[in-house]
Structures are given as structure tokens and as C-alpha cells.
Design a protein around this ligand. Structure first.
Ligand SMILES: Cc1cc2nc3c(=O)[nH]c(=O)nc-3n(C[C@H](O)[C@H](O)[C@H](O)COP(=O)(O)OP(=O)(O)OC[C@H]3O[C@@H](n4cnc5c(N)ncnc54)[C@H](O)[C@@H]3O)c2cc1C
Length: 259
């Protein structure tokens, strides 16, 4: 089974996110990056399926040069090779522009299954996988908390409010996994050494047959109008217990209609 994992590489969780007031975009240049933990779950699921059914896992990602460290992380986990869409012309891509680029890169190789995370941990639009499935002309199975493959079919447990639904499809298909579907493996020394020799193909938008006005800022149909910080939280109410603390808390909860 040929598996492609679309994994975003994002600013590391230790980084304080800054927003550029002019472009209204997250400042990514010069910032330490890591494989999105949500994407690591998709990578892990891909590796487990390939270990069981054979075939190789390819990571496809779009991002600036800083994302190479996250690509190496996925390769060290066991991904066979990677595709990096790296081009200044794609900066400012909205979700549809991102999906067009990812779809074009996926079509460059044979694939049976495309794995995504339900949403990225930095922009968390949760739309790219749906757009991607549409552009690839394949079914999308989403919110998967369990994935099984059998011959030419794929089956998932789709997380629902009351439990799960079983959803099946023939391959090729796209599956978006829920966070917590698995515990992603830590790369071992052998994997880290092997990752250094694995191939990372680099494509520009032009290599993928996409013109500058279809992607990046020029092609973006979504616009970020304003950005701002959430309002500061008001100071809480301190109840000093001098024998009537419990009553005071109960009165307060009744006042705000919690009880
Ligand atoms: C006007 C505008 C300009 C923007 N400019 C930029 C910019 O310059 N740089 C930038 O990084 N973002 C930019 N963004 C945000 C951009 O839309 C999102 O980063 C990107 O389109 C994906 O959205 P998301 O991360 O919310 O995806 P989601 O829909 O939450 O992603 C779902 C899944 O799709 C896959 N996926 C999504 N993005 C990628 C990726 N890049 N590589 C591999 N797999 C992926 C992953 O599996 C992910 O878990 C911009 C947004 C707008 C509206």
C-alpha cells in the first residue's frame, strides 16, 4: 500500500507566537519548528499500516526552509521519503491554495491512501483535508479514531458525540485522523542516522504546474482582515472563608445562574 501523509511542520511549542501586523501572518522565519504533534499521529498511523500491509510511507509538506528539521523527524520515525513544497511564491497561501499545492505534489507519485490530521495545531482551520480529497477526486473519511485496511478497502471508527460510526471506502481514499488515535513513536538512534540518507524532493509551485496567481498571496481568496489579542481576563472574585465561605460561593453561583 502506497501511503502519503500530509504533515504540517509548525513553530515549536516552546516558541512564543508573534503576528506580523503588516502581513497579518504568523512570524515563522527564524523560528524553531517541529513536526505538528497532530501530524505525528498521522505519520504513526501510516507507519503502522505499512508495517502490517507492506508498502512505503511518504511525507508531503509545504513550508519554509525552517521546516526541514520536522521533515527529518518524520524520516527518523520511519517514513521512507519526503516531498517539500518550498517556494517564496507560496507564502500567503490560504487553505485552498495549500490544498492545490499538496494535491499536485501527491499526484506526482502512485498513492492508495492519503493520511492527514483533522486540523493543524497552529492554524487549525480543519478544511485542508476536505479540499484535498475533492481535488484528488477521492472519498474523505474524517475524525478517525481507529483505522483498518483490508485488501482494497479502508475502514474507520468515526468519532461521534455518542461513540463512533463505522465508515468504509474503497481505496484510494483520504483519512483524517483524530488527535489521540495513537501514541506516536520516538525516533531511535538507528532511525535518526538512517534519516540523514533519505531523500527529500523539493518542488516549487511551477514544478507542480501551478501559476503564481493560483497560489500564495495572489491566489488567496480568503483575507485576514484584522488580528488582535484576546481581551485581558478580569480579576476573579476572592472569597475569604470566615465561616460563611460555602454560602458565599453558592450565592455567587446562583447569581450567575450556574446553579
Ligand atoms: C490570507 C491568508 C494568508 C496566509 N498565509 C500563510 C502563510 O504565509 N504561511 C502559512 O504557513 N500559513 C498561512 N496562512 C494560513 C494557511 O491558510 C494555513 O496555514 C494553511 O492553509 C493550512 O491551514 P491549517 O493549518 O489551518 O490547515 P487545516 O485545515 O487545519 O489542516 C488539516 C490538515 O491538512 C494538512 N495540512 C495543512 N497544511 C499543511 C501543510 N502546509 N503541509 C502539509 N500538510 C498540511 C495536515 O494534515 C493538517 O493536519 C494564511 C491564511 C490566510 C487566510
Amino acid at each position: 500500500m502506497n501511503i502519503v501523509v500530509c504533515g504540517k511542520i509548525i513553530p515549536a511549542s516552546t516558541v512564543t507566537i508573534e503576528l506580523d501586523p503588516n502581513t497579518k501572518r504568523m512570524v515563522r522565519k527564524g523560528v524553531t519548528h517541529e513536526l505538528d504533534p497532530a501530524a505525528a499521529s498521522a505519520v504513526e498511523e501510516g507507519l503502522r499500516l505499512s508495517e502490517k500491509h507492506g508498502g512505503a510511507v511518504t511525507l508531503v509538506t509545504m513550508g519554509i526552509s525552517e521546516v526541514t528539521i520536522g521533515i527529518r523527524n518524520a524520516l527518523a520515525m520511519g517514513v521512507a521519503s519526503a516531498v517539500h513544497i518550498l517556494d517564496d511564491a507560496v507564502a500567503g497561501s490560504d487553505t485552498l491554495g495549500t490544498a492545490k499545492l499538496l494535491a499536485a505534489a501527491i499526484k506526482k507519485q502512485p498513492f492508495d491512501l492519503v493520511l492527514c490530521a483533522t486540523e493543524s495545531s497552529d492554524s487549525y482551520s480543519g478544511i485542508v483535508h476536505g479540499q484535498l480529497a475533492q481535488l484528488l477526486g477521492i472519498p474523505a473519511l474524517t475524525f478517525a479514531k481507529e483505522v483498518t485496511a483490508d485488501g482494497g478497502r479502508i475502514s474507520i471508527h468515526r468519532q461521534s458525540e455518542n461513540g463512533y460510526d463505522v465508515v468504509e471506502s474503497t481505496l484510494p481514499a483520504l483519512v483524517a485522523v483524530s488527535s489521540g488515535i495513537n501514541e506516536p513513536r520516538y525516533p531511535q538512534l538507528k532511525g535518526i542516522m538512517a534519516a540523514k540518507k533519505k531523500e527529500i524532493k523539493v518542488y516549487t509551485a511551477a514544478d507542480l504546474g501551478l501559476a503564481a496567481d493560483q497560489v500564495g498571496e495572489k491566489g488567496a481568496r480568503e483575507k485576514v482582515l484584522t488580528i488582535g489579542r484576546p481581551p485581558k481576563r478580569e480579576a476573579g472574585k476572592v472569597v475569604t472563608d470566615e465561616g460563611e465561605g460555602g454560602k458565599q460561593i453558592a450565592d455567587f453561583l446562583a447569581e450567575i445562574k450556574v446553579i
